[in-house]
Design a protein. Structure first.
Length: 189
């Protein structure tokens, strides 16, 4: 078992195998595709929002405390990798969320705030705003701030601040968005 836990790819594969075993076991072999779609939406959302909170609760507040000679390790290795998973977690969350809403038949009603779908509609729009921030504000500015795109020191500082403010905006929106998702799910839609 140690070899499985020592290698990330093996641990992820083990997690997927265990999830499939549980899925097949609890479903009696009759796979509920909607349950799988919702599960993928939740897994994607946990990845996305978990990294959002990591950036805002851990990385951003800790960076000023890191000695200057150690900061390049974060900027060149940790942040780019975390931002990759952050971006694609956001994309997967949006795609799976829209797929679930479409498959359940309430996508137009939610997007137009029809009666009974206002809560999920608000949650969906908050998530779409947040995903927009990730792809079109945070990521382009982080590329500049991290030196992935060539820029002078002033441009890097400005880009870092812009990315941080957009990330903080997403943090502010995240709790309301999560409430809307949970509340609508409890309401049975």
């Amino acid at each position: 078992m140690t070899i499985v836990l020592e290698k990330l790819n093996y641990a992820i594969l083990a997690a997927v195998i265990l999830a499939v075993i549980v899925l097949l076991g609890v479903s009696g072999g009759n796979i509920d595709t909607m349950a799988v779609a919702v599960w993928l939406h939740v897994v994607s959302g946990v990845l996305w929002i978990g990294l959002l909170w990591y950036f805002n609760l851990v990385q951003i507040p800790t960076m000023p405390k890191i000695p200057a000679e150690l900061k390049p390790a974060v900027g060149k290795f940790i942040a780019p990798s975390a931002l990759f998973w952050f971006r694609y977690g956001a994309l997967a969350t949006v795609i799976t969320g829209l797929a679930v809403a479409g498959h359940k038949g309430y996508l137009p009603q939610a997007l137009t705030f029809m009666d009974g779908f206002v809560t999920i509609g608000v949650g969906m729009y908050l998530a779409l705003i947040m995903a927009f921030n990730v792809w079109f504000i945070i990521w382009p500015n982080q590329k500049i701030a991290l030196g992935i795109v060539e820029a002078d020191a002033d441009a890097k500082a400005k880009a870092a601040r812009t990315a941080m403010l957009a990330s903080r905006t997403n943090t502010v929106l995240s709790l309301a968005m999560l409430y809307c998702m949970v509340a609508q799910n409890i309401a049975g839609k």
